[in-house]
Design a protein around this ligand. Sequence first.
Ligand code: GDP
Ligand code: MG
Length: 338
Amino acid sequence: MIKSKKTAEKKTSPKTPRAKKHSKKSSPKTEATKKVAGTTRAGFVAIIGAPNAGKSTLLNRLVGQKISIVSPKPQTTRMKILGVVTEGSTQMAMVDTPGIFQPKRRLDRAMIAAAWASIEDADAIVLLVDGAARADDKTESITDELRRRNRRVTLVLNKIDQVEKRKLLPLAQKFHDSAIVDDVFMISALDGDGVGDLQKHLAKMMPESPWFFEEDQLSDLPSQLLAAEITREQLFRQLQQELPYGATVIPEAWENRPDNSALIRQTIVVAREGHRPIVLGKGGTRIKSIGAAARREISQFLHQPVHLFLEVKVDERWQERLDYYSMFGLEFVQNGKV
Ligand code: GDP
Ligand code: MG
């Protein structure tokens, strides 16, 4: 578990990656619950929206610590990340769904299935829309699917730091007419404007229930996966256009040293032998710089010194590997079945 600073020092070893799909039924509800039903509220909030709407940014703001990977590039959130917001007597488990978009490859379909599964389980659904962007068919296909599933949402128009609220009214009206919207909020996930009101509103929608998590538990994302995700973000950042298609980062080993440092080994997987030199860079300079930046960020996040070792492996078929899917909490979806 990722813990807040207070408890980070006590950490012994990271959790092994969860293979189970997260749902209310399989939630850690049973583990850690001091409060009794009737006095507390707890539930799940799914944040959905087109790529780049600002889902990760909103989640990070709500949870108050960087736990989801924010990137200017679409579709970098590949796994379901759970952030826990506890305020007063209410605990909300926020599920950051991977972008819901038209499936092209098998991995995309797995992502979509994972996203909709978390939506099915949610007590509240936030449909996040980039108010500064022009109408997009991705959001439209999401609203179509919501209507089909008979799910109503809290519409949140984001990025009001970039667009005047009154210009958003026709957009809000359009969604209202689609008959899936219960309430409308306008926020800036980036600077926090309106996020407090949204949070209070969502808290009221949570059912009476014992809490799912300890108060200081910020995320149940296993540290290993989080660390791999941070390295992957650096790959994206530092390689940009050069980034080989299908490159990913897999956690290999983790050892907590007696001096409170962590020794972390990760493998960067590329699909072709020819991709290796791109990731390594001239004389290994590229991978060194990726590793250095990732190490800094992982260490900052875990509140402990980190030794990071990166290796590059070629695996042409990694996308097909089932264990990889389950490691990231995704369901493997057969061709054509979404
Ligand atoms: P996601 O794909 O939905 O998870 O979107 P991200 O959270 O990764 O955000 C995509 C981009 O939009 C990033 O560059 C964010 O910094 C930016 N962004 C998110 N929220 C806001 C906002 O309220 N205002 C502005 N100006 N930019 C935002
Ligand atoms: Mg995201």
